[in-house]
Design a binder for this molecule. Structure first.
Ligand SMILES: [Zn+2]
Length: 330
């Protein structure tokens, strides 16, 4: 059994995954704000999964965390997690230490002489979701794709790459940051300092900025307005769909992945989004024999609604070989 956590800005998903990679238990918690609260939320998620499954934290084959921000997966260190309320945090170290201390206490009270506590692995949430989505895809009978790009359409836009069955992070962990490819030199200023990035037209934040609304799900309000005949809403909707298609094209032209899997909050648009993006890709193929030869519409898939891709991926990230021996005092 493996344990995975997806620590998001508002909610944390914790899952137990069996040896086949099937989710057997799942809990959802509100994420606390700030370094200590985030660590407390993660520990609570681990305890709750341990309670439900009857498996102690030390007995999980791996424990992994997917978290937004810049992650050093070797050190378990996270920086610039603005939405979680901290600038720097040793997530892997803090969680590993807390679990080790608990296991040591249990040992001291005679429950176990020696407890072997897993090192908690940490991965960027989009990268973890890529692994989770890849796992889900290859678990389907008859699916054997060796490469996949997970296109996360959340608050931002970014991709995680799985090449030959393994994560590809790049030389400095930047692989897949296609949300910051500028597509419009006259576009709005992006948080990264460039203008008109893909993320500024094809993401949840792009919709929220262009279509201010009381609706907690701005894209829902946008699509309703477009459907009702609002020309501005229809133009924003077209910009979204065309630039998601552009992201798919970028991913295939740079890494030639067999599958581009759409995930993240906007993937809740489901078949509607899939069909709309496929129509754009098909229209480009009509103009370009080169693009037609790439078969872009057939490579596109979408993560099934409700599948906790990042939590499952985090569970799979944990490397079982990395263990810390804790000797009990009792
Ligand atoms: Zn940017």
């Amino acid at each position: 059994m493996r344990l995975g956590l997806d620590i998001g800005g508002t909610k944390t998903d914790a899952v137990a995954v069996d040896s086949d990679g099937t989710v057997v238990e799942r809990v959802r918690l509100a994420t606390g704000f700030g370094a200590d609260a985030v660590i407390a939320t993660a520990l609570e998620g681990i305890r709750r999964i341990a309670d439900i499954t009857g498996v102690r934290p030390a007995e999980f084959e791996s424990i992994g965390v997917g978290i937004p921000g810049q992650v050093d997966p070797h050190r378990g260190h996270v920086s610039h997690a603005v939405n979680l309320g901290f600038e720097e945090l040793d997530v892997g170290g803090r969680l590993s230490e807390a679990l080790a201390a608990e296991a040591s206490d249990a040992g001291a009270h005679g429950f176990a002489g020696v407890a072997s506590v897993r090192r908690v692995e940490v991965e960027n949430d989009v990268t973890a979701a890529a692994l989770g989505a890849y796992h889900l895809m290859t678990a389907q009978p008859g699916r054997t794709a060796r490469s996949m790009a997970y296109l996360n359409l959340g608050t931002g836009l970014a991709a995680g790459l799985v090449i030959d069955g393994a994560l590809w992070r790049g030389a400095r962990g930047t692989a897949g940051e296609i949300g910051h490819i500028p597509v419009d030199p006259q576009g709005v200023l992006c948080a990264c300092g460039q203008r008109g990035c893909l993320e500024t037209v094809a993401s949840g934040s792009a919709i929220a900025r262009q279509w201010p609304t009381e609706d907690p799900i701005p894209v829902r309000a946008l699509l309703a307005a477009a459907e009702a005949g609002d020309a501005t809403a229809a133009a924003i909707r077209s910009l979204l769909v065309e630039n998601v298609a552009a992201a798919v094209r970028v991913l295939v032209l740079t890494v030639d992945v067999e599958i581009v899997m759409i995930g993240g909050g906007l993937s809740n648009l489901g078949e509607w989004l899939l069909d709309a993006v496929r129509r754009v890709l098909a229209s480009w193929a009509q103009e370009s024999p080169f693009l037609a030869s790439l078969g872009l519409p057939d490579r596109l898939q979408i993560v099934p609604a409700g599948f906790p891709a990042a939590a499952v991926g985090a569970a799979l990230v944990g490397a079982p070989r990395q263990t810390v021996e804790i000797v009990g005092h009792g």
